[in-house]
Design a protein around this ligand. Structure first.
Ligand SMILES: NC(=O)c1ccc[n+]([C@@H]2O[C@H](COP(=O)([O-])OP(=O)(O)OC[C@H]3O[C@@H](n4cnc5c(N)ncnc54)[C@H](O)[C@@H]3O)[C@@H](O)[C@H]2O)c1
Length: 445
């Protein structure tokens, strides 16, 4: 058993709560601070502010080592302070560091040696600025390390406890040693490096993952033009040990609280430094266009969209979370509403947001598809694997499924009496002809 330390967590969001819960699981005493009172009150009452599998159990199991507060002074007791506040994009696309600066301003002065650890995703150079700000306040007793987080929502607890690597960049060796010691109990390669490189590793890793997504989406679009099947192509490509199978799943593009903002932030970071990051610009543009291709697929089958009913199935940016930040569903809903479509939306956990104003939120898949001219799979929730059922087919005005995540088997779906459009998958000769506004005849079974 390693030495138990006092850890302060600044920000009770996805990263902060998972980090706090997992460090408590590793035996440390954790104080989680947030500025939103209701959030702290619900955590004290054992209620989760968002949906993340296994996190409620982890927090409950370790509740004796976890404390929640809005009072910044309580962080004065901590040996190590993890900054886990949001870093959203500004209007210019740069990362907005105002939450980070506010969090630093709130920190109580402590006589003891403390280490500030940046878990929020920040531009390269942030560590230098924080270091300078600490020096300017005569806080040279406060160390600094960059320890970016790579967890993925929906798998966050597992990712934190079984990471591919732990990256630690510090100005002083002793701080890196202290941060590394906190993770003892977790088996993972440790990447000890300088602060700037640690900051860049996070941005580069995300940019590379997004590049793979946009790459396979472009391959999918070419597959559609030439009659190949992107699922087969990705399988054959991914078996190459130099490439691997991950993030080669074609679909309607990435969203979420990280990829869109982090790609913009890296692009701006490069251009602020005089470099035009062309590849990343293309990755971002491909992703924007990919979301909109669903509209063309619907038009191909339905003709004019005005007055049609479309069910959007899945609203969260990916399954396993209720996070709607930058979800493709938001772009799709607003594009469809602008076309005069009646949008019916369903998700098993995501809460409707202001941005979905105008869409009718439904309690079940069946309610959403009833009377619909098309059903679009936007998020690959497991519940949707059985979408091609008799009940759904009979409830729809037209049995058309646009599978934005290639979740269903095209042949089985067609055999169940649906017209089917995936992403980068060959259309059947029958469907290629069905480019009129007329409903396709129902297939006899
Ligand atoms: N969500 C992810 O999957 C993920 C993964 C890796 C990295 N990150 C990065 O981690 C950071 C946090 O992301 P998140 O998704 O957890 O954000 P979030 O928005 O879910 O949570 C941030 C929390 O910080 C709180 N906060 C803001 N200012 C504060 C202050 N001064 N003192 C205390 N609390 C404060 C907010 O009220 C909020 O509860 C971001 O930089 C993000 O890019 C996120």
């Amino acid at each position: 058993m390693q030495e138990s330390r006092k850890i302060g967590i600044v920000g009770a969001g996805w990263v902060g709560l998972v980090t706090g819960g997992c460090f408590a699981e590793l035996g440390h005493n954790v104080i989680v601070r947030d500025i939103v009172e209701e959030r702290i009150e619900s955590l004290r009452a054992g209620r989760m502010p968002f949906h993340e599998p296994n996190l409620p159990e982890m927090l409950e199991k370790n509740r004796e080592r976890l404390r929640y507060t809005t009072a910044a002074e309580e962080l004065g007791e901590a040996d190590v302070l993890f900054i886990c506040v949001q870093t959203p994009p500004t209007y210019s696309g740069d990362a907005d560091l105002s939450y980070v600066w506010n969090a630093l301003d709130d920190l109580p002065r402590s006589e003891r040696r403390q280490i500030l650890v940046m878990k929020s995703t920040v531009p390269v150079g942030t560590g230098d600025k924080v270091r300078a700000a600490l020096e300017a306040r005569n806080l040279s007793n406060v160390g600094y390390a960059s320890n970016p987080e790579f967890l993925a929502e929906g798998n966050a607890v597992r990712d934190f406890l079984n990471p591919d690597r732990i990256v630690i960049g510090a100005f002083h060796e002793e701080d890196a040693v202290s941060v590394e010691a906190l993770y003892s109990g977790i088996e993972a390669p440790i990447v000890r490096t300088d602060v700037q490189s640690a900051e860049m590793i996070k941005l580069a890793a995300n940019a590379f993952l997004m590049t793979r997504i946009s790459f396979i989406n472009e391959i999918a679009n070419v597959c559609e033009a030439v009659g190949a099947d992107v699922v087969e192509v990705a399988r054959g490509v991914g078996l190459d040990h130099r490439l691997g199978p991950h993030f080669l799943r074609a679909g309607i593009g990435y969203g979420g609280s990280c990829f869109p903002k982090d790609s913009l932030a890296l692009k701006q970071l490069a251009s602020n430094s005089g470099y035009h990051f062309q590849l990343l610009s293309a990755v971002i543009e491909v992703n924007e266009l990919q979301k909109r291709r669903v509209i063309a697929k619907l038009q191909k089958h339905l003709g004019k969209l005005r007055g049609k009913k479309v069910a959007l199935l899945g609203l969260a940016f990916k399954p396993g979370t209720d996070d709607m930040r930058e979800a493709p569903s938001l772009v799709l809903a607003s594009r469809l509403l602008a076309e005069g479509v009646e949008v019916r939306a369903w998700d098993p956990v995501a809460r409707p947001t202001e941005l979905l104003k105008g869409a009718q939120i439904c309690d079940s898949v069946l309610e959403a598809v009833t009377g619909a001219d098309a059903a679009v799979i936007v998020t690959e929730w497991d519940d949707l694997r059985t979408l091609a059922s008799d009940a759904v087919r009979d409830a729809m005005a037209r049995p058309l499924i646009v599978d934005g995540r290639n979740l269903l088997d095209p042949d089985e779906t067609r055999a169940a009496g649906f017209a089917y459009e995936g992403i980068g998958r060959p259309t059947s000769p029958f469907e290629a002809l069905a480019q009129t506004a007329e409903p396709p005849p129902r297939v006899q079974r």
